[in-house]
Design a binder for this molecule. Sequence first.
Ligand code: ZN
Length: 301
Amino acid sequence: MTPEKPGRREFVDTLTKASLLLTLPGITPTAAFWQPAEPVTVGQVMDLILKTIPNAPFPKTVDTLKSGTADQKVTGIVSTMFATMDVIEQTARLGANFIIVHEPTFYNHADETDWLDKDEVFKRKHDLLAKHGIAVWRFHDYWHSHRPDGIRMGVVTALGWEKYMDSTNPRIITLPAPLPLKQIITHAKEKLGIAMMRVVGDPAQSCRRILLMPGASGGRSHILAIQQDKPDVILCGEISEWETAEYVRDARQQGQKLSLGILGHIMSEAPGMQWLVPWLQPKLPGMKITYIDSKNPFMYL
Ligand SMILES: [Zn+2]
């Protein structure tokens, strides 16, 4: 997965020269548009990204190539939550051949496929990727390990709450003034494009301190964070119904003013893959990088 060292050094040199060129007076960005001496490979893009992640590469990670090879030349990059059938088709139509995803492609955390060998859905997706020669790389553990966490930055930015983020404890948002829970929920739905949210609490409860936990970090981590951070409301991605929700229900029945709003795993993390585009683009000038919204698969009947 890691390309030969000399190739990578050459590539970084080209990038450095290109960015110097961009700063020269009289040269417009278009004129200086980066033309790599050699096409960039999937492995080179991965390496370029990994250089920004503390302690990368990790010895154990789910962030591996799920399709394609490290030495294939990149014609364009797509960032998305899931490489769905639609996203794969759209990528091919864009002329791109490298999809960076946050979540699994083959329906389990490690993207193990031996158990799906004879499965029609798996085979058709696998064949579609092969037909279009598309590489898929999962960018999950590394993106969360970036400082700041790329997923968190994406969702906080989408919510317009960057300025309310606690710099020493980024999972805490302190609003400038308390708002009724109902208003916070409406804001989150609107900004994140969420159709419906499940809430435990009182819509009229006045909330100022928000514990924001996108994704699915698990009941224990939610509950430990509630203990530590004492929020008015926890907004999280995905829960097991018998964990965080029951804890919040008990706390409320004991008289605590604590509420829970469930954003959904996908809708709470997708903005982080959108945030990847402006982050990655300056590192790869001239490369076409597109965000595709893989969307929420659920409808509410
Ligand atoms: Zn995540």
